[in-house]
Design a binder for this molecule. Structure first.
Ligand SMILES: Cc1cc2nc3c(=O)[nH]c(=O)nc-3n(C[C@H](O)[C@H](O)[C@H](O)COP(=O)(O)OP(=O)(O)OC[C@H]3O[C@@H](n4cnc5c(N)ncnc54)[C@H](O)[C@@H]3O)c2cc1C
Length: 454
């Protein structure tokens, strides 16, 4: 693919697009739109993350998988971004007692999702976007007002209020999107925010004697029912852990307020972590608790001029590791639709929602279901046996039986089709299992009748 903006070719060079929120989706979208020939201006409420300090406890590692990689590959960003990533080929389950056990993600044990820090990924994408001649980024610009009919925007900046206008405004400003808030205030948009009772807190397992303290080729999980912790490896040989626990109540983050209580709780529930995480108490006491939830809203656009994309339109809980992957897939789909509509935003924005809505609803549901799998089921022998059967079926029926995890993480099959296909496979398996039970029953009855001479 060419790296030159396609200015003039499609007659779209006159369009100015404002991208509000220079996070993961916004930075990638800026790259894609600039290559179409648009003049892109990004507005980001934070200071430039490439020069500033990462906020404490907000470094979050992401698992980047095929959908995200596909979006990067299309504009030749996969190699530079993946330089900072570490492959994880399966889950390492840490029981309360006993040794951790490894469960591969794919039937051949080879396929991997990739651990990458959100900061490193964001910086790489910002770098790529701002290297393009028709992209400008304004940091410390928090959107506070938007007229969706005219594209006039207002921002709070350290130097006071600022104003700007654009032909098209795309809100990529995440879970608490201000652009969505403006559509809510000025148009018929409706929204629902379903908060999970669980929040999350970041903890760290540092390198030990310069080496990884655990296997870096796995996503580590401590499934504990009411709570759960995961850990993803970093290139500096540390692990970033995320502890999920209810935000309120007695069995919750707030129930541990003293160093002694924290140490006692971890000794009981996460005993191996005590030794692995020497800064546990400090991390626990000082790192913030983040909230998690699912955002649903409709419509995602107004007046052929304003649109929502990524978490701003459809934030999901993180348990399938798909939020960023899904947001990147949004960017690819919007780019495809702009191709198909000849950059007619009046048609493109509704079409984008029409094509993406069922898919984002499907992954929102699967992400909630996967929380139950990760925190409750992965440690159970029944679940582990099911996974072995699933992988055996994948090997026996290549391309005909494919697990849900494989379809979500290692393919770009639309999420809604993944759900339908998995349901179909389950029905067929159920029917096959039923047929086997009937056949065994019939054989047993036949043998019994023969034996009794009946
Ligand atoms: C604990 C956790 C783990 C996760 N793990 C994974 C994972 O493994 N894999 C995965 O794919 N996804 C994961 N996600 C989800 C992923 O982080 C999000 O889906 C992704 O960041 C969405 O990208 P976005 O650009 O839409 O929003 P964001 O990344 O949130 O970016 C929004 C940007 O908008 C800016 N902004 C906000 N308000 C304004 C305003 N008023 N004016 C201007 N700018 C504004 C913000 O500062 C930010 O830079 C995880 C999320 C969490 C919380």
């Amino acid at each position: 693919m060419t790296t030159e903006p396609r200015a003039g070719e499609s007659g779209t060079a006159a369009k100015n697009v404002a991208v509000v929120g220079a996070g993961l989706a916004g930075s990638l979208l800026a790259c894609y739109l600039a290559r179409r020939g648009y003049t892109v201006t990004m507005y980001e409420r934070r200071p430039d993350p490439r020069t500033g300090k990462v906020e404490r406890g907000r470094s979050i590692n992401l698992a980047l998988s095929e959908r995200g990689l596909d979006a990067l590959r299309r504009i030749d960003l996969d190699h530079s971004v993946m330089a900072d990533a570490l492959p994880m080929r399966g889950r390492m389950i840490h029981p309360v007692e006993g040794e951790p056990g490894f469960q591969p993600y794919s039937s051949d044990g080879e396929r991997a999702i990739n651990s990458i820090s959100r900061g490193a990924l964001n910086n790489a994408l910002l770098e790529a976007a701002t290297a393009l001649p028709n992209v400008t980024a304004h940091f410390d610009h928090r959107l506070t007002g938007l007229d969706p009919k005219t594209g006039e925007m207002r921002f709070d900046t350290p130097h006071g209020a600022a104003e700007a206008q654009a032909d098209v405004v795309i809100g990529t400003d995440g879970f608490s999107s201000a652009v969505r808030g403006q559509l809510l205030a000025h148009t018929g948009l409706t929204e629902s925010l379903d908060f999970l009772e669980h929040g999350y807190k970041e903890l760290t397992i540092p390198a030990r004697d310069g080496e990884f303290a655990m296997d870096p080729g796995a996503l580590h999980i401590w499934p504990r029912g009411a709570s759960m912790m995961i850990a993803l490896p970093n290139p500096d040989r540390s692990f970033t852990c995320t502890l999920f626990w209810p935000t309120g109540g007695t069995n919750a983050f707030a129930s541990l307020s003293s160093p002694a209580a924290i140490e006692k709780h971890f000794a009981q529930v996460y005993p191996d972590v005590i030794e692995l995480a020497p800064n546990l108490v400090d991390d626990y006491l000082h790192n913030p608790v983040g909230v998690l939830g699912t955002v649903r809203c409709s419509p995602w656009h107004a007046y052929g001029r304003v649109g929502l994309l990524g978490d701003a339109a459809h934030a999901i809980v993180p348990f399938y590791g798909q939020g960023a992957n899904c947001a990147f897939e949004d960017v690819v789909e919007l780019d495809r639709i702009l191709d198909e509509t000849g950059d007619d935003w009046d048609r493109a924005l509704p079409e984008f929602e029409a094509r993406r809505r069922a898919n984002t609803e499907a992954i929102a549901q699967m992400a909630l279901e996967n929380f139950v799998e990760m925190r409750d089921k992965v440690a159970s022998p029944v679940f582990q046996a099911q996974k072995k059967v699933e992988h055996a079926l994948e090997r026996a029926l290549p391309g005909r039986y494919v697990s849900r995890y494989e379809l979500v993480s290692f393919s770009t099959t639309p999420y809604a089709q993944v759900q339908q296909r998995v349901r179909r496979q389950q029905r067929l398996l159920g029917a096959a299992a039923g047929a086997v039970v009937l056949a065994v029953g019939a054989l047993a009855a036949f043998a019994f009748r023969k034996g009794t001479g009946a």
